[in-house]
Design a protein around this ligand. Structure first.
Ligand code: ATP
Ligand code: MG
Length: 446
């Protein structure tokens, strides 16, 4: 049987619960039953059912029957893929026993509930063809990755526009079935159906990403010539709209960014688009990365329409040389310098709309010595962190493990989400007040 990860959707009376299984061939019946009982602690589940292609329910009570179900599911999954669809999760319907009163007479408890703080993740765009078989979840472990599963275009109610980038437009939206708020990025793409299929299959890795520092991916679909990518909504938005961020807040943000990148690198994914607008925050004080490179084809298709070079790119990328993890590290440095100063660190580069610039304008990043944060205004360790990330020679920049060990990161790696949370809430409040005042002024005006 295939060893690639699958998503199992447990249908419960209270809603759907999706779990990813890394290595289905190692899954056994009792593991799955434990996971079901964990999400339905009130019921006495002894078996479950799945539906075959004509909708008949088939009961699973043993390892043998589980194997039959998985091999049936793998063949339907392959078929869906060949038709260019993201495979639907495997739906199972728990069957409760008839004698709840006598089950568990000794009051034994199985506590296997996954840590809710560790909810799943993932981000948006790009990828690398390298690698994705090094995902770290233990093989038979069931892990919650989604609570709503597949999302269809007709179940989405669009609300306001959150922003517009070079590739597409991001909307706040409400998913009627999942009863949750989403951020949906809609990107127009005039490409062949073949390329659409390739993008969908490249995006599949997003289901497997699992880090609290990466935005949660829910689903993606094509409608006509537009792809919609549905992710978790972050109520604080992206960092590019915050002015100067104080160092003690930036420190906590840097910890999350470094952890998020370390996670992606461990999956052999380069982010490739680290910049303040791809760092999102929420009022709970969480910081998550989005728009990282998981679909080469998607990135290439967008790049054909939008020509320009990203101002946060490392000098070696601007010069068209080969690049790797160190290029992401440069982008971390320049982003944090901008967030600390409240302005782009190369004054001669005026970023008016977005971060794409004509290549010639970015030549100074290749030719000049990198800028340095003014020592008097910032701590020595912060200045050192940014300076190291922005060394012109890629190899001289900190390697992933050195980044985590840098004293700036170590100092702020205290798990204090409150600091970021309070700062986000204060900024949002100030923005609201300003908007109200602006509105009143316009009303009072001539
Ligand atoms: P570029 O296209 O160059 O990457 P960008 O990152 O600003 O630029 P988009 O990725 O399209 O462009 O995002 C537009 C804006 O939408 C972001 O700047 C951010 O403010 C908002 N946004 C994106 N994703 C989310 C999200 N998950 N939650 C809340 N706001 C979001
Ligand atoms: Mg973005």
């Amino acid at each position: 049987m295939d060893t690639e990860a699958i998503v199992i959707r447990i249908k419960t009376p209270l809603g759907d619960m999706d779990s990813s299984v890394d290595c289905p061939s190692l899954l056994n019946f009792s593991d799955l039953l434990v996971a079901i009982r964990d999400v339905m602690p009130e019921a006495t589940v002894t078996a479950f059912e799945y539906e075959d292609e004509v909708g008949d329910r088939i009961t699973v009570r043993s390892d043998e029957e589980l194997k039959a179900m998985l091999s049936y599911y793998c063949s339907t999954m392959n078929e869906q893929r060949m038709n260019g669809q993201l495979p639907e999760p495997l739906q199972i319907f728990p069957r409760a026993g008839k004698t709840p009163g006598i089950r568990n007479i000794h009051g034994l408890k199985v506590n296997t509930r996954p840590n809710p703080a560790n909810d799943c993740t993932h981000g948006v765009i790009v990828t690398d063809s390298m690698a994705n078989n090094s995902l770290k979840k233990s093989s038979a472990e069931l892990k919650r990755i989604l609570t709503t599963g597949q999302i269809n275009a007709q179940d989405i109610q669009y609300q306001e526009q959150l922003g517009q980038g070079n590739g597409g437009t991001v909307y706040k939206a409400y998913h009627l079935l999942g009863k949750r708020v989403l951020a949906v990025k809609v990107i127009p793409l005039d490409i062949t159906v073949e390329l659409q299929k390739q993008i969908m299959s490249e995006l599949e890795i997003l289901y497997k990403c699992d880090s609290p520092y990466i935005i949660t991916f829910f689903s993606a679909f094509f409608v006509e010539n537009r792809i919609s990518i549905c992710t978790e909504f972050m109520d604080g938005g992206s960092l590019d709209v915050y002015k100067r961020i104080p160092e003690h807040v930036l420190g906590r943000i840097a910890v999350a960014v470094v952890k998020g990148l370390t996670y992606l690198w461990s999956l052999k994914i380069l982010h490739r688009d680290v910049k303040p607008s791809n760092m999102l925050v929420n009022t709970r004080g969480q910081v998550k990365l989005c728009d990282f490179g998981v679909s080469t084809q998607l990135v290439n298709s967008i790049a054909k329409t939008y020509v320009g070079t990203n101002a946060y790119m490392a000098p070696e990328r601007i010069s068209g040389e080969q690049y790797g993890i160190h290029a992401d590290v440069w982008s971390v440095g320049i982003s944090f310098m901008e967030l600390a100063l409240g302005m782009f660190p190369y004054p001669q580069i005026q970023k008016n709309q977005g971060s794409l610039m004509p290549l010639q304008l970015l030549q100074c990043i290749v030719d000049e010595d990198p800028p340095v944060l003014p020592a008097g205004q910032f701590s020595e360790i912060f200045v050192h962190f940014v300076t190291q990330c922005m060394r012109r020679q890629p190899k001289e920049r900190p390697a992933p493990n050195n980044l985590m060990d840098h004293s700036f990161i170590v100092q702020y790696n205290d798990g204090n989400a409150e600091v970021v949370s309070m700062w986000v809430c204060r900024c949002l409040e100030a923005r609201r007040t300003q908007q109200v005042q602006g509105r009143n002024l316009r009303l009072d005006g001539p």
